[in-house]
Design a protein around this ligand. Sequence first.
Ligand code: SF4
Ligand code: FES
Length: 276
Amino acid sequence: MTDMAPIIKPGIKPDIKPDIKPDIKMEIKINGRKIVAREGQTILGVAKENGIKIPHLCFHPALKPSGSCKLCGVEVASPSGKQVVMLSCILKVKKNLEINTESVLVSGHREKSFNKLLQMAPDSTRIRNLANEFGVAVTPPPNGCIRCRLCIRVCNEIVKARALKMVKTEEGSRVMLGEGNCIGCGTCANLCPTHTIQVNDQESVRTISIKGQIIGQLPLEWCEGCGKMYATANFLKHVAQSTLNHPDTKEHHHLCSSCIKLMSNRALNEGEHFRK
Ligand code: SF4
Ligand code: FES
């Protein structure tokens, strides 16, 4: 008969720790606390058994450790006596080994390791939550803004609402509410090359926001032609005021751009008809 794979019954764990010798015990110290460990155990395994938390992401009990994420670093004295960081998912217990999981050295190592992982996966909530759980300050996720200032420039130079400005924060420069008031024209969103600024028209209200930060929230007006919501009252008022003395201004209307086009086409056709 050929060798058969062991049958794993539900509720019975496979032997995934073949290196551990339960009979050979030794004392180690973690954070000054004396702990009895079994030969072959990893520091991460001993810590877990004893309720000592160490962050880790690439460790899986059914697989050999790979040491990829580097989050599980702990402080240990090297043979030369120097304190160094070693990966607890790989480091095996040794008699009288002294481990520190909360030292300054470990905190620095964790911060570096978390930020390195976040460079590869900036939106990972799992990594961010884990960093938060261990009190590690990590760089915030990028919001998509490339600091081109098109939104601010158009709002200042053309719309003249001065609703946006660039503010230096701990997390870098960010577009924020300026000294003026947003009139809800949406020009900033139209120009934004990365779609960081969003316009959302819902239930007769227009909301302009930058990744959740609301810049303006204004009621919308209906087009007198087709009845669609098309512009904010503040924007229409702003246009009326700013074009009041313009020589080309004829009369102010409440029509969307499609209806204006229709009206001018009609006027054109009627004019032609009249000329015939
Ligand atoms: S929000 Fe958009 S338009 Fe404004 S600075 Fe950032 S990328 Fe440029
Ligand atoms: S758990 Fe990822 S390196 Fe140890």
